[in-house]
Design a protein around this ligand. Sequence first.
Ligand code: AMP
Length: 188
Amino acid sequence: MTKRPRLVIFGRQGAGKGTQCALLIERYGAVHISTGDILRAAVAEGTEFGRKADEFMSAGNLVPDDVIIGIVNDRLAKTDVQQHGFLLDGFPRTEPQARALVETLGSSGIDLAVNIEVPLATVRERIAGRNRADDNPEAVDRRLQDYEDKTTPAVRFFGTIGKLVEIDGSGSEDEVFARLTGVIDTHL
Ligand code: AMP
C-alpha cells in the first residue's frame, strides 16, 4: 500500500461523508482537505473573504469555481500534503473544479475517487434528524439539487478517466467504512 494515498470522496449531503472522512484520515494518515471546513474557518475569522464566502454558503449556494480552485491548489502545494497524501472532501463540486484538479495533479496524481451513494429519500430523512445552522430547508434543497446538477458531472468525469468507484452508503457507519477501505486498499 502506498504511504501517500491521494483520494477524492464524493457523497451528497447526508451521505455520511464527514464521519467516513474522519475514519479514513485516522486509518490512512492522509491530510484531510475539507473545503467546507476551510471556508467555515474563514467565516469564523471574519475576514473580508470570509464575509463574502458566508453570503454564498448561508444561501446554500456554491462559492465560485475560481475562488475555490485557488484555495485548493494552494493547500495541495504544502509539504504535509506532499509527504502524507490527501483526502479531498467537498471538492471538486463541479466539473470545472474536477478538470482543474486533474490539470494540476495529472490523472496519475490521484489514486481514486469514491462516491458514497445514498438514495435521496434516505439523505432527506437523515438531514431532517440533525441540527446544523445551514440546514434550513431551502438551503438543504438547493444543495441537494446542486449535487444532482453540478456535482454529478464532476463524479462522472472521474469515471471517464478511470478513477471512479461507487460504493453503497446504506447501513451502519462500520459497514460503509468496511466497503470504503475495501475498495481503497484494492486500488492503492
Ligand atoms: P460542505 O461542508 O462541504 O457541505 O460545504 C459547505 C458550503 O461551503 C457549501 O454549501 C458551499 O457553499 C461551500 N463549498 C464547500 N466546498 C465547495 C466547493 N468545492 N465549491 C463551491 N462551494 C463550496
